[in-house]
Design a protein around this ligand. Structure first.
Ligand code: DAT
Ligand code: MG
Length: 152
């Protein structure tokens, strides 16, 4: 039985400013990931303190939060087989210059502080992050006629 997971993706303010939202969303769609949630919203300082708690001691923490609040972000809940790891693979390493060619970060960005996309890094974090940003009634379970061709 396939391990169907949900994961949280944020398209950061640099993706919005650079008109890359469509290109980035398209990469996830082409993989076959199902969009279970999608919205434009403004991040708050409180949300970012929780979301980036693992970086709170870093010198760049304040700048990171400021950057993430420059504009609204696009939040997505993506669903697919082993979606957490697959989405991280498509997004690429944190530092875009170390990311593999063909990943979003390698193909579209150059600097760690503007690497376009957030993606959950573990199944546990994905569950918490989806809950953090999406209410239950903003997440949808539905059939697509392509499901059998993509999920097997
Ligand atoms: P990831 O986004 O790949 O999960 P992370 O959780 O370690 O990486 O860091 C979250 C974000 O913080 C990252 O996408 C960009 C920013 N960041 C990380 N390391 C940084 C650094 N050395 N300088 C500036 N920003 C950094
Ligand atoms: Mg992270």
């Amino acid at each position: 039985m396939a391990d169907i997971q949900r994961t949280l993706v944020l398209l950061k303010p640099d993706a919005l400013q650079r008109d890359l939202l469509g290109d980035i969303i398209s990469r996830f769609e082409r993989k076959g990931l199902k969009i279970a949630g999608l919205k434009l919203f403004q991040l708050s300082d409180e949300q970012l303190n929780v979301h980036y708690a693992h970086l709170s001691e870093k010198g760049f923490f304040a700048d990171l939060k400021k950057f993430m609040m420059h504009t609204p972000v696009v939040g997505m809940v993506l669903e697919g087989i082993e979606a957490v790891a697959e989405v991280r693979k498509i997004v690429g390493s944190t530092n875009p210059r170390e990311a593999d060619a063909g990943t979003i970060r390698a193909d579209f960005s150059m600097n760690v502080s503007s690497n376009l996309v957030h993606a959950s890094d573990s199944v546990e974090n994905a569950e918490a992050e989806v809950k953090r940003f999406f209410a239950d009634d903003q997440i949808f379970a539905y059939q697509k006629i392509t499901d059998q061709y993509i999920f097997g």
